[in-house]
Design a protein around this ligand. Structure first.
Ligand SMILES: C[S@@+](CC[C@H](N)C(=O)[O-])C[C@H]1O[C@@H](n2cnc3c(N)ncnc32)[C@H](O)[C@@H]1O
Length: 209
């Protein structure tokens, strides 16, 4: 995927390329993070046998867990805009048959309309260039009754602080204010089932109605 230099995704992809060997992107989860993964999977509900889309897979840290969760009959499509993240994810997940990994923005992947049971946006939602457009594309890729889970392991307030420190490529990458999020989610045809934004992180689950 060749992108123009002034394409916002090229700038962001370069930012994440440079992060691909940073500890946060590669490290194994400590006990605190394990608890957050448990909470995430409690909210996603059972994934066995389901088709799951994971935008912003990074090096595949969540993807590896998803492989175990979906089991033999499930399938995962993981997507990321950063060529280096994707390269590491392909290596890390090379033993697994039930995963395909795409390079590019989730908003631009084609061929999966009405295909997924679940979409898990883990630590990626603030980075979408146009969050409403991304949600619309995601809703089109979900089957009727499908679910979206939006997860960050820190709260929206902490994301704001962290991204403003991290630099210009992500400085404005925030979670939308609650009212904006609710409106966007509902306009895309979802009904919110669970929503928390606290010291344990940000977690929203909504079902396509
Ligand atoms: C903060 S990292 C999180 C990576 C991984 N989910 C994790 O928690 O380790 C965000 C990732 O989202 C990717 N990304 C940003 N915008 C994206 C988009 N529109 N579509 C797909 N991936 C995107 C970035 O390249 C980056 O790897």
């Amino acid at each position: 995927m060749l992108r123009q230099k002034n394409d916002p995704y090229a700038i962001k992809a370069a930012f994440f390329d440079a992060q691909a060997r940073e500890a946060w992107a590669v490290k194994n989860s400590g006990p605190d993070e394990m608890k957050k993964f448990d909470r995430l999977f409690a909210v996603t509900g059972p994934l066995a046998g389901l088709r799951v889309l994971e935008p912003g897979c990074g090096t595949g840290r969540l993807t590896e867990r998803l492989v175990a969760e979906v089991g033999r009959l499930g399938y995962i499509v993981a997507v990321d805009i950063s060529p280096r993240m994707v390269a590491h994810a392909r290596i890390n997940l090379s033993d697994y048959e039930k995963v395909e990994i795409h390079l590019g923005p989730v908003e631009e992947i084609i061929g999966f309309e009405n295909y997924f049971d679940v979409v898990i946006c883990h630590q990626v939602f603030p980075h979408f260039e146009d969050q409403e457009n991304a949600l619309t594309k995601i809703s089109n890729m979900l089957k009727p009754g499908g679910r979206i889970v939006i997860s960050n392991f820190i709260s929206s307030a902490e994301i704001k602080k962290m991204h403003s420190r991290a630099g210009s490529a992500v400085a404005n990458d925030l979670m939308p204010p609650p009212q904006t999020m609710q409106t966007m989610i509902e306009q895309c045809g979802f009904e919110i089932e669970y929503w928390a934004d606290d010291s344990d992180g940000y977690l929203l689950k909504a079902n396509l109605i």
